[in-house]
Design a protein around this ligand. Structure first.
Ligand code: ATP
Ligand code: MG
Length: 269
C-alpha cells in the first residue's frame, strides 16, 4: 500500500499548535497535512521536542490543535473516542486490578455481557502470551509484560485506529524487538491503522509502511517516506542500512537545530 492510495482513514489538514509559555509562544506544530490510508502503519520520527506527541495527542483528541482540522474514521476529532485507542509509553494500567480485569475494564464500561467479555479477554490473553499471568497485578509483571497488557487493553475495545506514543521506549533491546514482532503480527492480522511515535530510526524502519520525519520548532513534515522493504525486515540488510543512513542525516539536522536552540536560550537567560 502506498501513501495517498485508498480511502484515507485519518486526514490531518493545516494543523498548527501554539503553546504560550512564560511570555513566549512555542510553535509546536505548523502546517501539518497528512492523509493516512486505512490499514497503514505510520511512524512519526524526529528528535525530542519536535512535536510528535503534540500531533498524536491532537489526533487522539486529548489536546486539540490551535488551527486546522483532523478527521478520523469519518468524524471530525473534537474529543477522545472509541475508534481511536491510545497506548502510552508509561503503562497506563490500574495497579489495583489484575491483568484480566485491566483488559476487561473498557468492555465493562461499555456494558458488554459477561460471557462476551470473557471470550474477548481470553482471546487477547492468548494473542499476547499473557494467559499464565491473568490473575497477576501490574506490580508483579516486567515492563514488557505490562506493555503487553496495555496493548491488549486497547485491542479489547477493537478501535480501528491505534495511536502509540513511544510504547516500547522504556524496554530493553530484546524485549523491544519481541514486542515489535508481536505488534507486526497483530497488525497484519487485525489490519488496524497505526500511528506510532518513536525517536528510534531503526524501530521506524523495522515497523513502518511509511515514515514521517518531523522538523524541530516549528514542527513540520520534513520528509514523508514509503518503506517498501519486505517484512520481517533484517536490520543487517544493505537496503535497511541505506535507509537508516538517509534518515539518520535528516534527524541529525533537526537534532542540531534543537541543540542550537538550547544554546541560544541559555545565552538569553
Ligand atoms: N503543555 C505544553 N505546554 C507548553 N509547551 C509544550 C506543551 N507540550 C509540549 N510543549 C512544547 O512543544 C514542543 C513539542 O513537544 P512534544 O512533547 O510534542 O515533542 P516530542 O516530539 O513528543 O518530544 P519527545 O521525543 O521528547 O517526547 C516542545 O518544544 C515542548 O516543549
Ligand atoms: Mg513525546
Amino acid at each position: 500500500m502506498s501513501a495517498g492510495m485508498g480511502d484515507p482513514h485519518i486526514v490531518v489538514s493545516g494543523v498548527g499548535k501554539v503553546f504560550a509559555t512564560g511570555g513566549r509562544d512555542v510553535v509546536a506544530l505548523q502546517d501539518i497535512d497528512l492523509a493516512i490510508p486505512r490499514g497503514q502503519f505510520v511512524c512519526l520520527l524526529g528528535p525530542s521536542g519536535c512535536g510528535k506527541s503534540t500531533l498524536l495527542n491532537a489526533v487522539a483528541g486529548f489536546a486539540l490543535p490551535s488551527t486546522g482540522t483532523i478527521v478520523a474514521d469519518g468524524q471530525p476529532v473534537a474529543a477522545p473516542g472509541p475508534e481511536r485507542g491510545m497506548v502510552f509509553q508509561e503503562y497506563a494500567l490500574f495497579p489495583w486490578m489484575t491483568v484480566e480485569d485491566n483488559i476487561a475494564f473498557g468492555l465493562q464500561i461499555k456494558g458488554q455481557p459477561k460471557g462476551q467479555i470473557r471470550a474477548t479477554v481470553d482471546k487477547l490473553l492468548a494473542m499476547l502470551s499473557l494467559a499464565d499471568f491473568r490473575q497477576r497485578y501490574p506490580k508483579d509483571l516486567s515492563g514488557g509484560m505490562r506493555q503487553r497488557v496495555a496493548i491488549a487493553r486497547v485491542l479489547a475495545l477493537d478501535s480501528p485506529i491505534m495511536l502509540m506514543d513511544e510504547p516500547f521506549g522504556a524496554l530493553d533491546a530484546l524485549t523491544r524487538r519481541n514486542l515489535q514482532d508481536e505488534l507486526l503480527r497483530i497488525w497484519s492480522e487485525l489490519r488496524k491503522t497505526i500511528i506510532f511515535v518513536t525517536h528510534s530510526i531503526e524501530e521506524a524502519i523495522y515497523l513502518a509502511d511509511r515514515i514521517v520525519v518531523m522538523t524541530y520548532r516549528p514542527g513540520t513534515i520534513k520528509r514523508d517516506i514509503l518503506v517498501d522493504l519486505p517484512r520481517l525486515r533484517d536490520p543487517a540488510a544493505a537496503d535497511f542500512n541505506a535507509l537508516k543512513r538517509e534518515l539518520g542525516l535528516l534527524v541529525m539536522e533537526e537534532q542540531q537545530r534543537h541543540h542550537h536552540d538550547e544554546l541560544r536560550l541559555a545565552a538569553v537567560d
